[in-house]
Design a protein around this ligand. Structure first.
Ligand code: NAP
Length: 267
């Protein structure tokens, strides 16, 4: 079903309340797109929607949702249907991680990382893809990470979720690329958002010595959608690190990651 309320492109961004998602919202609003902003923080989303509507004269809809809950993605899509909108661009950006020894991180948090980073992403993709294929048009941008390219001791679940995102995105890119749909994967390295403090990863050398401005990362994601790229790794250091993982023996790569992410001091 094509949007019957407006002929403008409709962009759904999860995790739009802060960081990379918020900056992506600004870029798509500047293009004149109609936005659907989703995350848990209703107040932050509402403030952003008002700002974007005032600055760009676009229409932004706010849908508060907890994507860690099994019913979250379905409830989000039901509200989008009720607005009479079809999603032209899906940005699966919501996500989080946790630094620390696997055994010391509460199981509930680990499962929520899987639910938000992978389960919700797959469900939202499936729910919007049918319509995109029918219209032979659409873009999906999934947030991977440089963590997608190798295992991450002391953040094992987070790294595994991001490996899943890259593998899933590239598989789907191949399945859909001749049917008018482009699935892109954006793989940033450390980026200066709330993510570092929330996940405690800002304590690691990997974060301290190489982090990018969130605006630059969002621009790379926006470009990935507009240029219909399969994979984008913002920043040449991140690009070298990601492709450098192919050179050493996998066991040596894991050792390098142990040095970059040593056991958490408090765990
Ligand atoms: N920053 C980095 O260094 C970095 C590097 C590589 C990849 N990434 C990836 O980039 C994406 C965005 O992260 P960021 O750096 O922009 O971090 P951020 O500023 O912490 O933003 C995370 C976003 O995800 C939303 N979110 C978290 N849990 C949610 C839930 N249960 N339901 C719905 N929304 C939820 C948050 O909104 P609410 O709290 O309002 O729900 C927030 O809008 C993530 O997928 C992350 O893994 C980040």
């Amino acid at each position: 079903m094509r949007s019957h309320m407006s002929s403008k492109e409709t962009v759904l961004i999860t995790g739009a309340s802060s960081g990379i998602g918020l900056e992506l919202a600004k870029l798509f609003a500047a293009d004149g797109s109609q936005l659907i902003l989703a995350a848990r923080s209703a107040d932050k989303l509402q403030q952003l929607a008002e700002e974007l509507n005032a600055t760009h004269g676009t229409q932004s809809h706010v849908i508060p949702v907890d994507l860690a809950k099994p019913e979250g993605p379905g409830a989000l899509m039901e509200q989008i249907d009720a607005l009479g909108l079809a999603v032209d661009v899906l940005i699966n950006n919501a996500g989080f991680g946790q630094y620390g020894h696997f055994a010391n991180i509460p199981m509930q948090r680990q499962l929520e990382i899987l639910d938000v980073n992978n389960r919700a992403l797959v469900e939202l993709t499936h729910r919007v893809l049918t319509g995109m294929l029918e219209r032979r048009s659409g873009s999906i941008l999934n947030l991977g990470s440089t963590a997608s390219f190798q295992p991450g001791p002391n953040s094992a679940v987070y790294y595994a979720t991001k490996a899943f995102v890259l593998s899933f995105s590239e598989g789907l890119w191949a399945e859909t690329r001749k049917q008018g749909v482009c699935v892109s994967c954006l793989c940033p390295g450390p980026t200066r958002t709330g993510f570092g403090a929330d996940s405690d990863m800002d304590q690691t050398p990997v974060f301290k010595y190489n982090s990018m401005r969130v605006e630059d990362v969002a621009k790379a994601g926006h470009r990935a959608v507009r240029k219909r790229k399969r994979l984008v790794i913002p920043g040449w250091v991140n690009w070298l690190l990601a492709f450098g993982t192919r050179l050493p023996h996998r066991r040596h790569m894991i050792w390098i990651m142990e040095q970059l992410q040593p056991p958490k001091k408090t765990s």
